[in-house]
Design a binder for this molecule. Structure first.
Ligand SMILES: [Zn+2]
Length: 231
């Protein structure tokens, strides 16, 4: 199959910026950390956690927790959703990442990180998908449970932003529930060899909250120091 690409002036400019960025990266960060980066090639990766985040360009996992190459195994999708376990022969990208992280890389932590001003959550209330966007429309149904929980708790009369923030938080809890439908995840969580964390990133402040399942509330991650209560 041949792929014909027409590069417009605008596109060429963007590519130039990316190329310059890569050049700068190689000359600065890569050069400075070359030994560490080459060690990751020789030893292989041994990430500390699987990070399930939103594809949103403003939520960059390694930036918001200041982690380094090799620290996080990342899967990002629209809305940081986790589809319930479905052992069929279809293509399941997020499920494959979970399987690989747990089964091969042996991560002991899974972080599901939602965020404020999430377009996926907003789309639940203002559908913008055209009929042809069948994959997006289907994928967004994974947020419906959080939407109905938020509406049930707050009602329709509440300010839109309040409803959206509540839905964003509730979605993290429902995605954790979905993650626990994976039999090997549930088993390892029960055996306390795997720990699931629900995080909420506020893009207006840069702060992260974590879900405290004992208190049924989100609390500042900064309170934890280095000992987060696992689920
Ligand atoms: Zn988002």
């Amino acid at each position: 199959m041949s792929l014909s690409v027409t590069v417009s002036d605008k596109s060429a400019q963007r590519l130039k910026e990316f190329a310059q960025g890569n050049e700068t990266f190689q000359k600065t960060y890569f050069k400075k950390n070359e030994a560490e980066l080459l060690n990751l090639v020789q030893e292989g990766q041994n990430p500390r956690a699987l990070f399930i985040g939103c594809s949103d360009s403003r939520v960059i996992p390694d930036l918001i927790v200041q982690t380094r190459p090799g620290d996080l195994f990342v899967v990002r999708n629209v809305g940081n959703f986790v589809a319930p376990y479905k052992p069929d022969e279809d293509f399941h990208s997020t499920a494959a990442a979970i399987e690989y992280a747990v089964g091969v890389l042996k991560v002991s932590e899974i972080i599901i990180c939602g965020h404020s001003h999430c377009g996926a959550i907003e789309a639940l209330y203002n559908p913008t998908c055209e009929m042809s966007m069948i994959h997006t429309a289907k994928w967004l149904t994974l947020g419906e449970k959080a939407k109905s929980m938020a509406l049930l708790a707050l009602g329709n009369g509440v300010a839109k932003e309040t409803l959206l923030r509540a839905t964003e938080h509730l979605s993290i809890v429902t995605q954790i529930e979905n993650l626990l439908t994976y039999p090997y995840v549930k088993k390892m969580v029960e055996e306390e060899t795997l720990f699931i964390h629900g995080w909420y990133y506020d893009i207006e402040t840069g702060a992260i909250e974590y879900y405290d399942p004992d208190m049924y509330q989100f609390r500042p991650l900064s309170e934890l120091g280095d000992a987060q209560s696992p689920i």
